[in-house]
Design a protein around this ligand. Structure first.
Ligand SMILES: C[S@@+](CC[C@H](N)C(=O)[O-])C[C@H]1O[C@@H](n2cnc3c(N)ncnc32)[C@H](O)[C@@H]1O
Length: 289
């Protein structure tokens, strides 16, 4: 486990994932009943962006200027992106001496969930790396309705579903370090759906030059009888590294495809790194008529 999210926090992929998550949580909250927000690969909770360029031994090119840096002060953003930026700004404002010129402290998915949660909602945050899990515990010590678990997040759907609330969003956001990680995501999804077929699941995946998303999406399709959307953004089709990313959304809220297309269309324009940037939202498993 070499992956550390702090080097990537606030990059274009975080912006796309987190803006879509804000829209998904808000859709889940259209009903008054409380919900579980389960983050199987939570990270450390928040990130000091000044540390992002300091590698363990080498200086790194920081990624956040091409992500949150580009949307931080943008005007005329559609609803969910505007709310996402408002939440990031609110979180950043808690840094002593924070200025509003740039983002200094970026909230990971656990903090975004916490900022969005209503009193009747509950967070379960899983993280396997001992140092990241310790930091996560520190971030949420004493927080109401938040539990932190140092455990294998792939086991969480088996261990924690169905939630007593019978409503929930399950984010599966692994680092894709190991060869079998796509397979493990598909297994965790089918174990989750077996126990909690009506859950809303969000599965993040990378788009790289090396590995296309085809095999991964086929696996998810095979694991899933429920309707599912694939929402993708590509910011640099010529990149040899991370070109873009996607989120599979299983049991999407009503008409979510339109909202996701609006969010990603706007982010595609703001985050494009070269000509040929694109975004798409398509049915991986269509809704039954
Ligand atoms: C992409 S980061 C998570 C980012 C976070 N969800 C966010 O959006 O802010 C992936 C995290 O998964 C952790 N991790 C790796 N393997 C894991 C496993 N099997 N179970 C739980 N966490 C794991 C890594 O240590 C890393 O912190």
């Amino acid at each position: 486990m070499n992956y550390r999210h702090r080097y990537h926090a606030g990059n274009f992929a975080d912006v796309a994932k987190h803006a879509l998550l804000v829209a998904l949580v808000r859709a889940l909250q259209r009903k008054p009943r409380g919900a579980l927000l389960l983050d199987t690969h939570a990270g450390s909770g928040s990130y000091e962006l000044a540390q992002a360029s300091r590698g363990d031994s080498l200086e790194r090119e920081p990624e956040h200027p091409g992500g949150i840096g580009r949307v931080w002060a943008a005007d005329g953003l559609p609803g969910a992106i505007a709310e996402y930026v408002r939440l990031v700004r609110e979180f950043d404002a808690s840094v002593p001496g924070a200025s509003s010129a740039t983002c200094r402290r970026y909230p990971g998915s656990p903090w975004l969930f916490k900022l969005l949660a209503r009193p009747q909602d509950r967070l379960a945050l899983c993280e396997l790396h001992p140092e990241e899990a310790l930091a996560l515990c520190g971030e949420f010590s004493g927080a109401r309705s938040v539990s932190v678990h140092e455990m294998d997040g792939y086991a969480a759907p088996r261990a924690m579903l169905p939630p007593p609330e019978r409503r929930g969003l399950i984010l599966i956001d692994p680092p894709y370090e190991a060869q079998d990680e796509g397979e493990r995501v598909a297994t965790a999804l089918s174990e989750g759906l077996e126990r909690f077929p009506s859950g809303l699941y969000a599965l993040w995946y990378p788009l790289t030059a090396r590995a296309g998303s085809g095999v991964f999406l086929e696996r998810i399709r095979a694991a899933c009888a429920q309707p599912a959307l694939a929402a993708e953004i590509c910011i640099d089709p010529r990149s040899e590294g991370l070109r873009g990313c996607g989120l599979v959304i299983v049991n999407p809220p009503w008409k979510f495809e339109g909202e996701a297309a609006e969010i990603l269309g706007c982010l595609e324009r703001l985050l494009a790194r070269s000509g040929g940037a694109s975004s798409s939202v398509s049915w991986l498993v269509p809704e039954k008529a």
